[in-house]
Write a protein that binds this ligand. Structure first.
Ligand code: ADP
Ligand code: ZN
Length: 611
């Protein structure tokens, strides 16, 4: 069978996506591969297809047990004999899995990195030929990445210990060059074919909002999207608890996840989410790696994450099925202070020298600045992300809040000049400088204790922008920081400083205009080109959805493993009547067609009789 035949037969896809073909061909030719692809781009096809085309068994090294369980379930549904070997198996299950593996019954085995050094594995690799090794989430090998796992450092040793070295494919969604270099070096890849597919996820709609009341915004949003699945990320456990409670008390089916819950509850809640019993997940960033749920329609960020890598990874958990999905970040100026503070107090990496630690801190700060830049930009949000990852783009995407939003341009010359002037006066009067809060309080004429203690009420600019209000003034100062007129110093007590550009603008009395959102709610953009069933087909779609749910319950797998939303929408659109026509549905391979075709065909026939 050719690679393309395998793709069609087992996975039900007509053609390879960009990058997949190259990766598959390289691995088949025995070359190593380094694949950098965003979440949802289809990394698994890159190694699963060659695994089925080469003799022997493929080992997939993967960091998370939940991920393996899901991937193996999906493979078995597609008719591929597969198994996983990790600490969640009982000794009995482990023996069975190893025995079957030794007999060559599996084509793909998922292994936890910790298991590689065990005697069992050493015996197994003497008994069966290894067709290829795939390292999923390969950035875990790098200390510069966000999810360093020491056990990944043992992978290279394991590969060297094999009787014969198979081709190795390493895959990640993390793009920075430093992490990429680490992967090649630490996994000892041999002159790998480096593939980097576009980072763009066209079906995701991005937006940044600055609501007065974040909780009210989330509740309203979740209500308007009832029946859909979503993830809401919060910075702290406490806010997870509070927000989840608020949603539940309004009858919204939310569950929660953070590191403070015991293993049992975490597993239960995660399952409730994955199986759509509680389709709304409120979580800290402890949640998500290895969650492969394809029908997540929105990801909200209650707080700003610490860098764009994390943001894009978390937001990218929306819309993996290719359907239109929304990623909305709820920003507040206070988030910036909190994020800086958390970086300072961040856990120390024992494995690094003090100099390296300092370098990591400085890099973290730079990353944070880019994140803040995203929150404050008035340009295209997608362009901001793609520029950050070094990818060319048209600069306007037409599918983000800033491209479709209702913006007004406002003359802010007076408040901007007043703010610059205030910072200049403060620099003369208070050598050490003052922080953002002190400046805004003074300009707004606040009578709080600190303002009076500092004697700010005797400064000429005291109360000069009283009518503007704190929030608007912070937005103006944010605009000036973004434009390089003002900057905040590093350190525990950041103060505002005038930059050279700011000094110049003040001296010449430059005019400033700011583009700002007219309304608070995200505009409802036109539906994107993703496959969406026609309105009339809504009934059919919901009948198909129920059929899928019944099948999922029978097979004891999550619904999206039977088939994803894109496949259901395609079914509703094509309305197949024969098994051959059914096979043409996007995402349906031969195995699934044989197994579930009749159920879905019956639903369609029934529907057409009725209407
Ligand atoms: P990643 O691991 O890169 O996040 P996955 O391997 O989970 O992505 O694939 C994401 C989605 O894309 C899955 O729903 C999968 O069925 C789909 N997909 C992968 N390859 C193709 C293809 N060639 N054509 C159509 N859909 C595909
Ligand atoms: Zn845009």
């Amino acid at each position: 069978m050719t690679a393309l035949e395998i793709l069609r037969r087992y996975f039900g896809h007509d053609a390879f996506r960009p990058g997949q073909k190259e990766a598959v061909e390289a691995l088949l030719a025995g070359h190593d591969v380094l694949g950098v692809m965003p979440t949802g781009a289809g990394k698994s096809v890159c190694y699963q297809v060659p695994a089925l085309a080469r003799p022997g068994v493929a080992l997939v090294i993967s960091p998370l047990i939940s991920l393996m369980k899901d991937q193996v379930a999906a493979l078995i549904q597609a008719g591929v004999p597969a198994a996983y070997i990790n600490s969640s198996l009982t000794p009995g299950q482990m023996n069975t899995a190893l025995r079957r593996a030794a007999q060559g019954q599996y084509r793909i085995i998922y292994v936890a990195p910790e298991r590689l050094a065990t005697d069992d594995m050493a015996i197994l690799v003497q008994q069966v030929g290894i067709s290829l090794i795939a390292v999923d989430e390969a950035h875990c090998v790098s200390q510069w990445g966000q999810d360093f796992r020491p056990s990944y450092l043992g992978i290279a040793r394991f590969i060297t210990s094999l009787p014969q070295r198979p081709p190795v494919g390493a895959f990640t969604a993390t793009a920075t060059s430093r992490v990429r270099e680490d992967i090649v070096r630490l996994l000892a890849l041999d002159d790998p074919l480096a593939l980097s597919t576009g980072f763009d996820r066209p079906n995701l709609f991005f937006d940044v909002v600055e609501p007065k009341d974040k909780t009210a915004f989330v509740i309203d949003y979740a209500k308007r999207h009832e029946g859909q699945s979503g993830i809401i990320y919060c910075a702290t456990r406490k806010s997870v608890e509070a927000l989840c409670q608020s949603l539940r008390s309004r009858g919204l089916p939310a569950t929660r996840y953070h590191a403070g819950l015991d293993d049992d509850e975490r597993r239960r809640n995660q399952d409730d989410f994955v199986y759509d019993r509680a389709p709304v997940m409120v979580a800290t960033n402890a949640f998500g790696m290895g969650i492969d749920k394809s029908n997540v329609s929105y990801v909200l960020h209650y707080n700003m994450p610490k860098n764009l890598e994390s943001y894009y990874q978390e937001a990218g958990r929306a819309g993996r099925d290719g359907e239109r999905a929304e990623c909305i970040l709820l920003f507040s100026q206070g988030d910036v202070q909190t994020a800086r503070f958390l970086l300072r107090g961040g856990e120390e990496n024992e494995a690094l020298t003090p100099e390296e630690r300092e370098a990591v801190y400085r890099q973290d700060m730079r990353r944070l600045e880019s994140m803040v830049g995203y929150c404050r930009t008035d340009g295209c949000l997608r362009a901001c992300i793609l520029n950050y990852f070094g990818e060319e783009n048209p600069g306007r995407c037409g599918n983000c809040g800033h491209c479709v939003g209702d913006f007004v341009t406002e003359d802010i010359t007076r408040p901007a000049q007043a703010a610059l002037d205030a910072v200049a006066q403060i620099e003369r009067r208070y050598r050490a400088g003052l922080g953002l809060a002190a400046v805004t309080h003074a300009l707004c004429g606040s009578r709080d204790r600190r303002t009076l203690q500092l004697g700010l009420d005797r400064m000429p600019f005291y109360g000069a922008l009283r009518e503007l209000g704190q929030d608007r003034l912070r937005a103006v100062i944010g605009f000036l920081m973004n434009g390089g007129m003002l900057r905040q110093t590093d350190g525990d007590y950041p103060v505002l400083r005038l930059t050279d550009a700011g000094r110049e603008a003040l001296a010449e009395g430059r005019a400033f205009a700011m583009r700002a959102r007219r309304q608070e709610k995200p505009a409802r953009p036109a539906r994107a080109a993703a496959p969406v069933a026609h309105e009339d087909d809504e009934d059919l779609l919901s009948a198909l959805r129920s059929a899928r749910l019944r099948l999922a319950q029978k097979e004891r797998v999550p619904a999206y493993i039977i088939c994803n939303n894109a496949a259901l929408a395609d079914m509703a659109l094509r309305r197949p009547h024969t098994p051959e026509e059914f096979l043409a549905v996007n995402g349906i391979g031969e195995f699934k067609a044989a197994r579930y075709g009749k159920t879905f065909l019956d639903v369609i026939a029934e529907y057409e009789k009725g209407s």
